[in-house]
Write a protein that binds this ligand. Structure first.
Ligand SMILES: [Mg+2]
Length: 428
């Protein structure tokens, strides 16, 4: 691989808002500034903390602690109920600031965004200066109490890693010249995305540090992790992009459907609708020659309540039924742990599905996922026949009888439409 040409082509900024939810609260309320603040789902004794202010983190508190436990550690903690609408408004304002500087801004979550400035190099000669300007603009135009860490690197992963190194208010650039020095100071689990399981697998193969990981041949990494993600790790640490594909037209694809009273009468019809939406996304991914690593479903009910979940898969998936079955398992688990009624029920008024975090088919190493690729080729043949001879000639059993439902599918949105509806989970 020729690293040089890649590093010259790509330049990515990763913007990570520090303690975002709590900072938004401190932004709108002077009384909260400088104090330990905990944003909770609800503020009763057993309310779970979902986000903490910088001050609260310094006191040793951790997200997902129960409020009564946190109050024991930090009696002056200020608990607040979460305010998603507020965070959404701040998010949109921050995106507006970023889009002043590049067309190519991808929100990764409510408090993170990737900005590709590869095509703006003549305009921004010094990316560090640009990052400082962005920080100042966020303070001036969005809120003076909002801080962010910005990482700069030739790919999205290393840019994110750069934000992890310095928090809060960080500014770090990773280049081919300094990467080895930076990796030297880190452990495997310091790399975002390497949890203890993979760290153990790598160590079993004699790879003990991020620096060793960078210089291990990709074939060995694939064996060590028994997965294509071994290849990804090689790419990430050697400046190749696998986490963001700016060349792709679609950052995410969405299928959505509103339900009339008539349509939600029967559970069978509802299940068919879920299938048809998943198949629609599959069809679209086949056409774009991408696989997804993220799949989310969001549901709204008659009484105004909602349910949503997002699946991350290390293995790239294109098969709509596979995605749907994974989601159904999650639903079942949720129903069991919460002892609630079934998630797919007659109160449903809208169903939205979203696939994202794409990887192009060509980046997938063919011999690693032989079965997947075979199925993929078959799938492509099926769609080709459909296009040639009409859709009803070849139909998966799962698609039978959903013609009418398919017609009602609203369509797909780019990330621009999508992120307004993004789930409100802060990345910790
Ligand atoms: Mg953050």
């Amino acid at each position: 691989m020729n690293n040089n040409s890649l590093t010259h082509e790509h330049l990515v900024l990763f913007i990570d808002m520090n303690s975002f939810f709590a900072s938004c609260e401190q932004q709108v309320n002077y009384h909260l500034r400088g104090r330990p603040v905990a944003v909770c789902v609800y503020t009763g004794k057993y309310g779970a903390i979902i986000a903490l202010s910088i001050e609260a983190k310094k006191r040793g508190l951790k997200s997902f602690m129960r409020l009564d436990e946190a109050m024991k550690v930090c009696p002056d903690l200020v608990p607040l109920e979460t305010n998603p609408q507020r965070y959404r408004e701040f998010h949109i304002k921050i995106m507006k600031v970023l889009k002043k500087y590049s067309e190519d801004v991808i929100p990764k979550s409510i408090d993170e965004a990737i900005m590709d400035i590869s095509s703006y190099k003549l305009l921004y000669k010094d990316p560090l200066e640009l990052a400082k300007k962005i920080k100042a603009d966020i303070k001036k135009e969005v809120g003076d109490f909002l801080q962010c860490s910005i990482g700069i690197a030739p790919n999205a992963f290393l840019a994110k890693l750069a934000t992890e190194i310095q928090k809060p208010n960080g500014l770090v650039r990773i280049t081919p010249e300094n990467i080895d020095d930076i990796l030297k100071k880190l452990t495997l689990t310091d790399l975002p995305g390497i949890a203890s399981g993979n760290a153990k697998r790598l160590m079993n193969a004699g790879i003990n540090t991020p620096l060793q990981l960078r210089y291990t041949p990709p074939e060995k990494l694939k064996l060590a992790l028994k997965s294509i993600i071994g290849l990804y790790w090689h790419y990430r640490l050697n400046f190749k992009e696998v986490d963001q594909l700016s060349s792709l037209e679609y950052k995410s694809m969405q299928a959505m459907r509103q339900l009339s009273k008539e349509q939600r009468k029967s559970i069978d019809t509802l299940l068919q609708l879920f299938t048809s939406l998943a198949m629609k996304l599959e069809q679209r991914m086949v056409k774009q020659e991408v696989y997804c690593r993220e799949f989310s479903v969001s549901l709204r009910y008659e009484n105004g309540s909602s349910w949503s979940d997002k699946i991350h898969s290390e293995k790239p998936i294109q098969d709509g039924m596979e995605l749907l079955n994974l989601m159904k398992l999650r639903m079942k688990k949720f129903e069991q742990t919460h002892h609630c009624e079934t998630i797919i029920n007659q109160q449903l008024v809208s169903v939205g599905m979203n696939v994202s975090d794409f990887i192009s088919s060509e980046l997938l190493n063919l011999n690693l996922f032989e079965d997947t690729i075979k199925t993929n080729n078959l799938r492509k043949v099926v769609y080709d026949i459909k296009n040639k001879f009409g859709k009803d000639k070849v139909m998966k059993a799962a698609e039978m009888g959903d013609e009418q439902i398919l017609k009602d599918v609203i369509g797909f949105g780019s990330i621009k439409d999508f992120y307004v509806d993004e789930e409100f989970k802060e990345d910790f």
